[in-house]
Write a protein that binds this ligand. Structure first.
Ligand SMILES: C[S@@+](CC[C@H](N)C(=O)[O-])C[C@H]1O[C@@H](n2cnc3c(N)ncnc32)[C@H](O)[C@@H]1O
Length: 466
């Protein structure tokens, strides 16, 4: 690699070389960091040696004449800057953390100083690997179709109404991560301008500009309205749903529905990180996320509270028991995913948020937890403790199953229904087929020969219990 040999031949190492490089090559000077940072300006996040080496490396990269190669090199540089600074420290388990982990510019007590070129080379190799992996779809023939726009999702006026085939969006959740504040260091190195307007338009609660929750809510709502406007009818919008932030579930679903989106199902997406850092607060340590799908249809059906005849704690217990029974044990993520999806589909998400932001005491009280498999399981030699009578439990599983079918615009045969219900109840008393049929006749109606769908009023009726 040309850059590597050019760099190594003149890498600033001695004090003299460092001073000379800092005079010659540009680096960020006097760019303020957000309040709450350990130092006030970007350059103080680096040792003079790091600063000189990064400045020299950037100088070499900018000389590269091929546009897309230069940009790829800059991407590797961006990743290098992330860890070649004084906020980075190695962790006992391997790897390390930088300021991003703490959500603020925190100087490490004992910074780990990495070799700049070794990091850069590794990061560049990763980019090359990613390019290879995606080259089937992203290549010189297709790249011209891509347009990257710097702007705000609250104003998509450059896109015509009903012209978009699909939207995938991963919005910010409240005050969790101050993205713009945290990108100051990178923006300074990459010469990317951040305007006052960028700050005004950022959907965030708090941050350097002290936005309120109402401001966050209204920016999110406005962007959902814009997405609705530009999407074609009968097309989908997928929304990344960070389930560790129950506070915002309701806002998203309600706004999407108000705009005219119809909920179309949810899938869990894992990001491969280990999940169980601590048991105390599951919602803050969960690593996976849900993708919630909405469809823009002309006559949307809204998620209505199902009449389940149980109170919220029973519904929660029932949902957890069901998933544990069906899978012979369930991880915290699986339990959360199931609860949130059921909460969505049966209309109790808002209650779930209020009462079950921390599930751990309930889970540890009711189930065994296996440290090795990280699964919650039924206590040995016991049956589910649920005090609910069997009819109610069957009724709950029937309604949630038929709701799901309804969403998918399907019906189910009696055999399919029984096959679905039995595994959910297998650690308790198993119901007779006749019991299931009786309850089914109460809440559902037969269509055709042997297909069942929820009766209109049982899916629409507002529950007295919720
Ligand atoms: C959860 S992150 C998305 C992360 C992204 N999927 C990724 O993997 O890098 C949310 C992003 O929304 C951005 N954001 C905040 N307000 C916005 C707005 N009004 N319009 C567009 N994006 C915004 C934040 O800066 C942040 O980068």
């Amino acid at each position: 690699m040309q850059i590597k040999s050019a760099y190594l031949s003149k890498e600033p190492q001695t004090e003299e070389q460092i001073t000379a490089a800092l005079k010659k090559y540009p680096y960020p000077k006097g760019v303020s960091l957000p309040k709450g940072s350990d130092v006030t300006v970007v350059e103080d996040l680096f040792s003079p040696k790091q600063l000189a080496q990064l400045a020299y490396l950037k100088h070499l990269i900018l000389q590269h004449s091929t546009d897309n190669v230069r940009k790829s090199l800059l991407l590797a540089f961006y990743n290098t800057v992330a860890i070649c600074n004084l906020t980075f420290h190695a962790t006992p388990k391997g790897g390390g953390n930088h300021f991003g982990y703490y959500y603020r510019y925190r100087i490490a007590k004992e910074p780990t100083i990495l070799n700049t070129m070794a990091v850069f080379e590794r990061k560049f190799e990763r980019i090359v690997a990613a390019k290879k992996e995606t080259s089937y779809k992203i290549n010189p023939d297709t790249i011209g179709n891509l347009q990257v726009v710097h702007g705000t999702a609250t104003n998509l006026s450059f896109i015509k109404k009903e012209s978009v085939d699909y939207i995938y969006t991963d919005p910010p959740y409240g005050k969790k991560i101050p993205y713009l504040d945290l990108s100051v260091m990178w923006n300074a190195w990459l010469d990317l301008a951040v305007s006052q307007q960028d700050y005004e338009q950022e959907a965030i609660e708090g941050g350097e500009h002290h936005k309120t929750k109402d401001e966050y809510n209204s920016l999110m709502a406005q962007s959902i309205r814009e997405m609705y406007r530009v999407l074609k009818f009968d097309r989908w919008m997928s929304f990344v749903f960070a389930h560790k932030d129950p506070e915002f579930w309701h806002l998203i679903i309600e706004t999407a529905e108000q705009c005219g989106f119809e909920y179309a199902g949810a899938v869990a997406q894992k990001n491969g990180q280990t999940s169980f850092k601590k048991r105390q607060n599951p919602f803050t340590v969960l690593s996976g996320q849900l993708i919630i799908n909405f469809r823009k249809v002309r006559k949307p059906r809204y998620i209505l509270k199902a009449s389940l005849g149980m109170d919220i704690s029973d519904i929660v217990t029932q949902t957890i028991e069901g998933i544990i029974a069906k899978n012979n044990g369930a991880s915290l993520e699986q339990i959360n995913d199931e609860l949130i999806i059921k909460g969505l589909e049966l209309g109790f998400l808002d209650l779930l948020k209020k009462q079950y932001s921390d599930l751990t005491p309930l889970l540890l009280d009711m189930f065994d937890y296996d440290d090795k498999t990280e699964l919650f399981a039924i206590r040995k030699n016991t049956q589910f403790k649920s005090h609910l009578d069997l009819d109610l439990r069957v009724r709950y599983y029937l309604i949630s199953y038929l709701r799901r079918m309804e969403l998918q615009r399907k019906t189910a045969t009696f055999d399919e229904i029984v096959l679905h219900i039995i595994p959910l109840l297998k650690n308790g008393t198993t119901p007779e087929a006749q019991t299931i049929l009786n309850i089914l006749q109460d809440i559902a109606e037969r269509v055709g020969d042997d297909s069942w769908q929820l009766k209109k009023q049982s899916s629409a009726q507002l529950s007295m219990y919720l």
